[in-house]
Design a binder for this molecule. Structure first.
Ligand SMILES: [Zn+2]
Length: 166
């Protein structure tokens, strides 16, 4: 981060850098969670290509739960070692005023992305990787304490059971 980039930097019309860097885990542990220029560029691409277009379609606020994660923060939240959050290419979010399955289906049907994951019935994980986009669509669940991913086939997620503790 340099003088021209502050945490109040706007990434797109409705998204600011600080929404992607604030982390309760970082604060709890005293870890830094500051992206470098390359990681900020990736966050901007994620906003411009996915989150901002989604924001304009649904026309209601999107809340970022987790955006960029430094190595320490990623470890603290038990993130995968190669998580795209480390590169600023992924975000987890909720849309409080909408059914999350509806939001998921809008993304699936109208937008381009790398990975789209309906996580534990609680939030949506989305990533953008430019020309390397895989368009992977998955649901994650906890099964006996382990995270399992199931591929979603077709162009919509049908109603799935709300979070079930197994
Ligand atoms: Zn995520």
């Amino acid at each position: 981060m340099n003088a021209s980039t502050s945490l109040s930097t706007r990434l797109s019309d409705n998204f600011f850098l600080n929404e992607f860097t604030i982390s309760q885990e970082a604060e709890r542990h005293g870890y830094r969670n500051e992206p470098n220029e390359k990681q900020i560029d990736n966050l901007r691409l994620l906003c411009v290509n996915v989150l901002q277009p989604l924001r304009e379609i649904i026309d209601v606020p999107i809340f970022i739960n987790s955006g960029f994660r430094s190595f320490d923060v990623n470890a603290a939240v038990d993130g995968k070692f190669n998580s795209q959050h480390l590169e600023g290419k992924a975000a987890d979010f909720i849309v409080p005023s909408m059914n999350l399955v509806d939001v998921f289906n809008i993304i699936l049907q109208k937008l381009s992305f790398d990975q789209l994951i309906y996580e534990f019935g609680k939030w949506i994980h989305i990533s953008w990787n430019g020309e390397l986009n895989r368009k992977d669509v998955m649901i994650s669940k906890k099964v006996y304490g382990k995270t399992m991913y199931e591929k979603v086939v077709g162009d919509r997620l049908s109603v799935i059971s709300e979070e079930r503790r197994v």
